[in-house]
Ligand binder design. Structure first.
Ligand code: SAM
Length: 252
């Protein structure tokens, strides 16, 4: 049986099964990728405008591309997806998911393998909307990364990141030289909310606003989560208790 785009569904299913997915795509007709990320739930936390008609969108660290394809579905006139770590084969995944999803969705999303720190208007242009989701805490130099991201943002940035509540309103960044966060040596920093907002401003953004906070200050929930992480990842209880996830919007 063929789907709307002329691809054989049995073939799609067998190609999908070969890939280790990060994003969860629902391609219809019961074909769903077994992604680690609950992408359909997460999209709602981003507060991405429903209508992106005529807008240009850059998705930095796109991996399987779920959010880039979603921007295209919402009407963006041009979408560029970029990545380096995973797409180059050195990361946790590959580019196979992105390539297959683009084919299945009959998408025109463009792709470019480029490191965040190499982004510049000369190399990629400037975009009405920039998505930087789940990338900032992988940066050894988060302020430098935000400066590069600012340089390619014409309108608004949506930034989704791990944060730490460092029991202070002063801007501070936790540094993870080892595997302190999620047992993953590619995680380098955990800024608190004040540090994210201050860095966005220091990078050049005129206004920054936190639009979503995952865990908040419910102590029971935070404690249960911290104990789970201690048991699974052997993380420090104190550090795990302080962790959260936030989404910021920032305007040029
Ligand atoms: C946790 S995943 C997030 C994927 C996707 N943006 C999302 O939020 O679901 C982090 C992504 O950032 C990419 N990445 C990490 N370091 C990078 C760098 N220095 N330059 C470009 N991409 C990078 C990884 O390859 C990976 O695809």
């Amino acid at each position: 049986m063929e789907n709307t785009f002329g691809m054989d569904q049995g073939k799609i299913a067998s190609e999908i099964a070969k890939i280790s997915w990060f994003h969860t795509f629902n391609f219809g007709n019961g074909i769903v990728t077994s992604g680690y990320d609950d992408s359909h739930k997460r999209i709602r936390t981003l507060h991405m405008p429903d209508d992106l008609s005529g807008m240009t969108v850059l998705d930095i660290g796109s991996w399987d591309g779920f959010f880039a394809f979603e921007a295209e579905r919402r009407g963006a006139s041009r979408v560029l997806a970029t990545d380096s770590f995973c797409w180059s084969g050195n990361g946790w995944g590959t580019k196979d998911g992105f390539n297959l999803a683009r084919k299945v969705l009959n998408s025109k999303v463009e792709d470019l393998e480029i490191d965040v720190l190499d982004l510049s208007p000369e190399k990629v242009g400037a975009f009405d909307l920039v998505l930087c989701l789940g990338v900032l805490y992988h940066m050894r130099d988060p302020l430098l990364a935000l400066e590069r991201i600012f340089s390619v943002t014409k309108g608004r940035l949506i930034l989704d990141t791990h944060v730490e509540h460092l029991m202070t309103n002063r801007p501070m960044i936790a540094f993870y030289p080892g595997k302190e966060l999620n047992n993953d040596p590619t995680n380098w920093c955990g800024p608190n909310r004040a540090a994210v907002e201050a860095m966005l401003k220091a990078a050049g953004f005129r206004r920054a606003e936190m639009v979503y906070q995952k865990f908040g200050f419910n102590p029971g929930y935070r404690a249960a989560r911290a104990i789970k992480r201690k048991l699974i990842n052997h993380e420090s209880l104190r550090i795990a208790f302080a962790q959260d996830r936030m989404v910021f919007h920032a305007w040029r």
